[in-house]
Design a protein around this ligand. Structure first.
Ligand code: HSE
Length: 438
């Protein structure tokens, strides 16, 4: 007697976009077809993929009959029950998502920009039409951090969260430690490997991180926050010199997305941060992402993994596809979106108090250090240590000062005064230090 064949149904999906992540999704659905069929009890079949150019040369092997340059063929197909949006950007992605929802199609997206800026509208539209909106892939690619927050930690209140959520900038900061690699070379490598955003300035200037922080805040604290209300600073002014000084002082520099609950208000900010070398987050190098969080009763947790790249991100996309497909097949409807609480006031960055690394470039001559120290003193900023390397009389040299805790406002004012000195040759740099992650 031959083995009896198990009858499986199928769920047909449509895709919009076939870039790095889209190609990953196509490959993953192919490579793990049996595994997914076994776990879901049905096949996931891609019916149509809307792309900008159907004739474009692609390394991915794909039947040309699947491709269309008319997005309506995905949005209007009654057999397509789920639309996977992987085109990125805000316009026209938002319009397509709303159209798909309006037609009763479930949505899966990796598009953090559109959700960070228009989440309230999109989540509410999906809720109204009773369709699922999966967005696991939008934050930290292959790390199931949104599921961990939504499900694993549903019974606990997360009180603080620190995330390395942009792989490209972490890769750049890591490579800066190795001699001879310029910022441009490393960024080019990140682009070639498919880590960087279509516009890599978003990786470097903190925009990609702040988009992800908005989504983490939604799940961790239950608040919907405007992107513009979060202080955002990228890694553009951090140089190999700072990375070396940090190392010497026992720290590592990471671009962090930080959120802390403080009663009725909260901290939410993105900026380069110095972490003591022995902190777990400080050891996360290269393109890897990690989120360290503190739960009121669950305690500290570190979620680490591949935050960028086609295949890791595809696993997150397909996890949402399978999740929604399970709901469709079981007929239990969709899980509504998260219940939100009234938004909390974000503490202004000028009020945030921490120790700072300050780096000045000044002409090496007697009395300069005294002047800088004087300005810091006027603002009530205490000095913990000072380094000035190499004697180069009358040439510009770095002067590094580590401060005790001081408010952002005081540091900003002191630096503005220092930058007026004729002996100071470039804009001074301040990097916040976080020592106690809880
Ligand atoms: N460009 C992002 C990063 C990957 O470098 O982390 C997608 O979110």
């Amino acid at each position: 007697m031959g083995a009896s064949k198990i009858q499986v149904g199928k769920i047909q999906i449509g895709m919009i976009g076939l870039g790095t992540v889209g190609s990953g999704v196509v490959q993953l659905l192919e490579k793990n077809r049996d595994l997914i069929r076994r776990r879901l009890g049905a096949d996931i079949q891609i019916k149509k993929i809307a792309v900008a150019q159907t004739q474009k040369k692609r390394s991915l092997k794909i039947a040309s009959s699947l491709l269309t340059d008319k997005v309506e063929e995905v949005l209007n197909d009654p057999e397509i029950s789920m639309v996977v949006e992987l085109m990125g950007g805000i316009d026209p992605a938002k319009r397509y998502l709303l159209q798909a929802i309006e037609k009763g199609k479930h949505i899966v997206t990796a598009n953090k920009a559109v959700l960070a800026h228009h989440g309230a509208e999109l989540f509410s539209a999906a809720e109204k039409k009773k369709v699922g909106l999966g967005f696991e892939a939008s934050v930290c690619g292959g790390i199931p951090i949104l599921r961990a927050l939504r499900e694993g930690l549903v019974a606990d209140q997360v009180t603080s969260l620190y995330g390395i959520v942009n792989g490209t900038s972490n890769y750049i900061l890591t490579e800066m430690t190795s001699e001879g690699s310029s910022f441009e070379e490393v960024l080019k490598k990140a682009q070639e490997k498919g880590y960087a955003e279509a516009d890599p300035r978003f990786d470097v200037n903190g925009i990609d991180s702040v988009h992800k922080l908005v989504l983490l805040l939604r799940l961790a604290f239950g608040v919907q926050v405007d992107v513009e209300s979060i202080y955002t600073e990228g890694i553009g002014r951090v140089g190999p010199l700072d990375v070396k000084f940090a190392e010497e002082l026992g720290y590592r520099i990471k671009l962090l997305a930080i959120a802390k609950l403080e009663g009725d208000s909260m901290e939410a900010r993105v900026h380069p941060t110095m972490l003591p070398k022995e902190t777990l987050l400080a050891t996360v190098d290269g393109v890897f992402n990690a989120v360290y969080l503190l739960g009121e009763y669950s305690g500290p947790g570190l979620y680490f993994g591949s935050g960028a790249g086609g295949m890791p991100t595809a696993t997150a996309v397909v996890s949402d596809v399978v999740d929604i497909a399970k709901n469709i097949l079981s007929g239990i409807g969709v899980r509504g979106s998260e219940r939100m609480v009234p938004s909390k006031k974000i503490k202004p960055i000028e009020e945030v108090q921490c120790s700072h690394y300050l780096r000045f470039m000044a002409v090496d001559q007697p009395g300069v250090l005294a002047k800088i120290a004087g300005f810091l003193g006027e603002e009530g900023i205490g000095i913990a240590s000072v380094i000035q390397k190499g004697r180069k009389l009358q040439q510009s040299v770095p002067v590094v000062i580590m401060t005790y805790e001081a408010k952002g406002r005081a540091v900003e004012r002191a630096l503005a005064k220092v930058d007026q000195l004729p002996v100071v040759t470039e804009k001074s740099l301040a990097i916040r230090i976080e020592t106690d992650l809880g």
